[in-house]
Design a protein around this ligand. Structure first.
Ligand code: B12
Ligand code: SF4
Length: 446
């Protein structure tokens, strides 16, 4: 059976970039590059079918004057004539997912459409639209396989556990519990990156001449920061990959000298990361690694950071979030601001380049911006990262501030736009956030 899996384009909404001072614009991050691992995992469950993965982000990077999304999807539908179309969805790409589903139905009303991914997990009811047949929340590619099987065999979809169905009477929730599946452990499916060959030249980050890819060593996070979607997505669970399986994956990606770990938080199990890097050394695997590491881990375990640096760790993304303990407490970060300063030193001593990310709340006024600018100037890191505290649907923060949200346009939910009322004039607020991006050591953007 022909199946088409689509990664939607990025949201173009970026008020930080729009209002930033001109000298800061070139440093503001405009796009992230990486593979849609979720779709590759889905593709791995249905290998015995004729599967096409289409990366719209990669396509617009490769051919910037590609036709608009609707035309792109019409062309894809005519070319591949799929029976099922699946789309992976994060919040800021929700509108594009609906445009894709509607276009699919316009070309072929009999094609089955399925929504999955983070936004489908945290906000399934949003997909109540006649163009969406099924929603599959959670880490459940096997449910997708059941949909394929039912269509192939002409059996009923109603028996499939965990499947949300759209009907003329409304959205029908599954009556049975959504099955749990350990996507990192015995349920791990090796992503087949050959689906992405066409776009490999576009997967380059910053000034790197080499393409990079993402590999996850874990899923979820045991922490519970109020603004974060990830622990909500995994219901607070943390799943760790097996070392053998990771080594197998790392050995299979010779085309990618740069590997970014897709983990929410790479060092949770300290013994695991030590054992993994021992194996990487023993196997002679040489790569440049990029990881997300919490400041408190670097502050507490400089020995681990030193070991990882020896094993190829070159860039760390570190969620500083704030320079004030009171704000960090409010976000439930469970790490004081002093850890950020210690972490900057530890990473620096090991030659690791840091992207320290601050989140700017909408109530910041002139004095707050100045205080943050002064602090981040004193603790400069190589790459800048100043984004806006955003109430992502399904998070604790969203519940806390639901009534204060003034902009419900999901395209703006990508951390680059304030969707809540700002204390400063909105244009000035975004301009000031933009200006912060000048405070950093390096000249590159990642
Ligand atoms: C890799 C990654 C990317 C990649 C690839 C994403 C893509 N689709 O193109 C790239 C680099 C392109 C990317 C971009 C962005 N990302 Co991103 N990204 C991630 C990251 C690090 C890992 C996701 C991942 O691969 N997980 C592993 C896979 C296996 O899990 P999964 O995708 O959830 O898929 C499983 C299920 O969800 C399901 N599934 C997924 N898709 C589908 C589809 C169907 C049909 C079905 C049935 C099931 C299904 O099955 C899969 C297997 O179990 C997460 C953070 C994290 N650690 O989780 C952020 C994250 C998803 N990204 C996020 C954001 C905001 C962005 C950006 C908007 C950031 C920005 N400000 O620029 C940009 C997009 C636009 C841009 N400006 O570039 C947020 C999303 C928050 C939200 N609520 O929407 C996250 C959670 C990070 C965060 N700190 O909050 N990202
Ligand atoms: S912000 Fe980081 S540490 Fe906090 S819950 Fe999310 S992934 Fe975990």
């Amino acid at each position: 059976m022909k199946i088409l899996l689509i990664n939607p384009p990025r949201s173009p909404e970026n008020n930080i970039l729009k209002y930033a001072p001109s000298e800061a614009k070139r440093f503001i991050h405009k796009k992230l590059i990486g593979p849609p691992l979720g779709l590759l995992t889905i593709a791995a469950t249905i290998k015995d079918h004729d599967v096409t993965v289409f990366d719209c982000k990669g396509e617009y990077d490769l051919v910037p004057d590609s036709p608009p999304l609707e035309t792109m999807i019409i062309d894809l539908m005519n070319k591949y004539q799929p029976r099922i179309v699946g789309v992976t969805v994060i919040t800021s790409e929700f509108d594009f997912s609906l445009e894709i589903f509607r276009t699919v139905k316009q070309v072929d009303p009999t094609a089955i459409t399925v929504a999955g991914g983070l936004h489908a997990t945290l906000s399934a009811p949003d997909f109540y639209d006649p163009s969406v047949d099924f929603i599959i929340p959670g880490q459940n590619p096997y449910i997708f396989r059941e949909v394929v099987r039912a269509l192939e065999q002409g059996t009923s979809f109603t028996e499939i556990e965990g499947l949300w169905t759209n009907s003329s009477k409304g959205l029908v929730k599954p009556t049975t519990k959504i099955p749990m599946w350990n996507a990192a452990g015995d349920g791990f499916l090796m992503p087949d990156r050959s689906h992405l060959k066409r776009w490999i030249s576009t997967y380059k980050v910053g000034n790197s001449p080499y393409p990079s890819t993402y590999v996850f060593t874990s899923l979820g996070c045991p922490f519970k920061c109020t603004f974060c979607s990830i622990w909500s997505q995994y219901k607070g669970h943390y799943y760790q990959r097996e070392i053998d399986s990771l080594i197998e994956e790392l050995k299979s990606i010779d085309d990618y000298p740069v590997v970014r770990f897709a983990d929410a938080n790479t060092i949770v199990n300290e013994d695991f990361i030590i054992a993994l890097f021992d194996r990487i050394e023993k196997e002679g695997i040489r790569k440049t690694f990029v990881m997300d590491i919490r400041a408190d881990v670097a502050a507490r375990r400089p020995d681990i950071i030193e070991k990882l640096a020896r094993g190829g760790l070159k860039i760390v993304i570190c969620g500083f979030e704030s320079f004030r303990d009171v704000e960090l407490k409010r976000y439930n970060k469970r790490s004081p601001a002093s850890d950020n300063q210690t972490a900057v030193k530890v990473f620096g001593q090991n030659g690791i380049m840091v992207r320290g990310n601050y989140v700017i709340p909408p109530e910041y006024d002139y004095a707050d911006f100045e205080a943050l600018a002064e602090y981040s100037d004193r603790n400069r890191v190589v790459y800048a990262g100043y984004t806006i505290l955003t109430p992502m649907p399904g998070t604790v923060f969203h519940k806390q501030v639901r009534d204060q949200i003034i902009d419900h346009d999901y395209k703006k939910y990508n951390f680059f736009n304030s969707v809540m009322k700002t204390k400063l004039d909105p244009e000035e607020f975004h301009e000031r956030v933009g200006a912060l991006w000048l405070i950093k050591k390096g000249t590159d953007v990642i």
